[in-house]
Design a protein around this ligand. Structure first.
Ligand code: FE
Length: 190
């Protein structure tokens, strides 16, 4: 079946969240599940791999009906980059294809945001964000001449969560909702 790996992940994630575990458990076990999923790049349907020429693209792969988690294919066009932003929920990022650069940002006493060390994510690698630890970052495609794809899992419906982008100089927040670029989702029921 075409989407068996995706279905297996969604089932395992749903099972993990059944008894309302702590975030620590979700991130530890979810990391393992996502590592398994991104260990091989042979399952993501082609229609969720296309970059957009102007901006990075987020395709919804699955959203839990109870909003306990959602999952997107995050597709970077060549040279694309996010603003400084938060998530306001836990998130797991698994690198599937290409590479991306993840840089945490830290609020200074004068209100501005300054970058910490950058980390390059390679295929098969998983990292996380969380309001409980470090939730503010900038992510960019490592490549200036090709696209990259990572699989993101969030602790809510990320296409509906009100969160923020921040002005680097003043730290002023601006509300945004990221939404989804696709009109159809993978068929997990066939
Ligand atoms: Fe992010």
């Amino acid at each position: 079946m075409q989407n068996q790996k995706l279905l297996t992940f969604v089932q395992a994630m749903s099972r993990l969240l059944l008894n309302d575990p702590t975030e620590k458990i979700i991130l530890a076990e979810g990391r393992g599940l996502l590592s398994t999923l991104v260990a091989e790049d042979d399952w993501l349907p082609e229609m969720f791999t296309h970059p957009h020429p102007q901006h990075y693209q987020q395709y919804l792969l699955y959203a839990d009906p109870l909003d306990r988690f959602s999952m997107v294919s995050f597709v970077w066009g060549a040279g694309q980059k996010t603003p400084i932003h938060d998530h306001l929920t836990w998130g797991l990022i698994g690198m599937l294809r290409g590479q991306e650069i993840d840089t945490h940002y830290f609020k200074q006493t004068n209100g501005s945001y300054q970058p910490g060390q950058s980390h390059i994510l390679v295929p098969g690698e998983v990292c996380s964000v969380s309001p409980a630890t470090q939730d503010v970052h900038v992510v960019s495609n490592y490549y200036a001449d090709q696209s990259s794809i990572s699989i993101h899992v969030y602790g809510g419906n990320i296409g509906r969560i009100k969160r923020h982008v921040f002005d680097p100089m003043t730290g002023a927040p601006k509300e945004f909702i990221s939404g989804y670029g696709n009109a159809v989702v993978p068929n997990l029921w066939n």
